[in-house]
Design a protein around this ligand. Structure first.
Ligand code: SF4
Length: 172
């Protein structure tokens, strides 16, 4: 009976990972791309991912920006508030390694300098499609760890590439 219940819990966990977004000092470029990934065109919710306002309700934390001396302790405190099992995704080059801020007098580097990171999505900023693809890869790894079927791959293949921006010539 417990085996069946555990399988049910694992399946539910994979089908509805709640995500919490934490900006540890990003320029907001990556944050805008996360918002775009949540909007209907890309629609990361197709994988059951839902943005929540509290780390206490979240399974996954999406972190943008480099980690500074000032933010390190707050980031660790917020991570500690999440229930187990919990996962962290570093979004953007700054969160992966410190990016353009690396080497700054107060910059420690990427998110993994403060808390354990499960997945890295590089780019400055990464496209919403890359964020969604990274989220899918995370779910694949989780599915394997939990012993349940991963989400359908066709859903990832449906993700459209961002629309090309056309800039008209402007006369001075
Ligand atoms: S990776 Fe680029 S877009 Fe993202 S926070 Fe750093 S500088 Fe900004």
């Amino acid at each position: 009976m417990m085996g069946f219940l555990q399988r049910l819990i694992n399946k539910a966990r994979l089908k509805s990972p709640y995500v919490f977004h934490f900006n540890s000092g990003s320029c907001n470029g990556c944050d805008i791309e996360i918002v775009a990934a949540l909007m209907p065109r890309i629609d990361i919710e197709r994988f059951g991912m839902k943005l929540v306002g509290s780390p206490r309700h979240a399974d996954v934390m999406l972190v943008t920006g480099p980690v500074t001396e000032q933010i390190k302790e707050r980031l660790q405190r917020i991570y500690d508030q999440m229930a187990e099992p919990k996962f962290v995704v570093a979004i953007g080059s700054c969160a992966c390694s410190g990016g353009v801020f690396r080497g700054g007098y107060n910059v420690l580097g990427g998110v993994d300098q403060a808390i354990p990171v499960t997945a890295y999505i590089p780019g400055c900023p990464p496209k919403p499609s890359a964020i969604t693809f990274g989220a899918y890869k995370l779910l694949e790894v989780l599915a394997e760890a939990l012993g349940v079927a991963p989400p359908k791959k066709e859903e990832v293949e449906k993700i459209p590439e961002p629309v090309e921006v056309q800039v008209e010539e402007v006369e001075a």
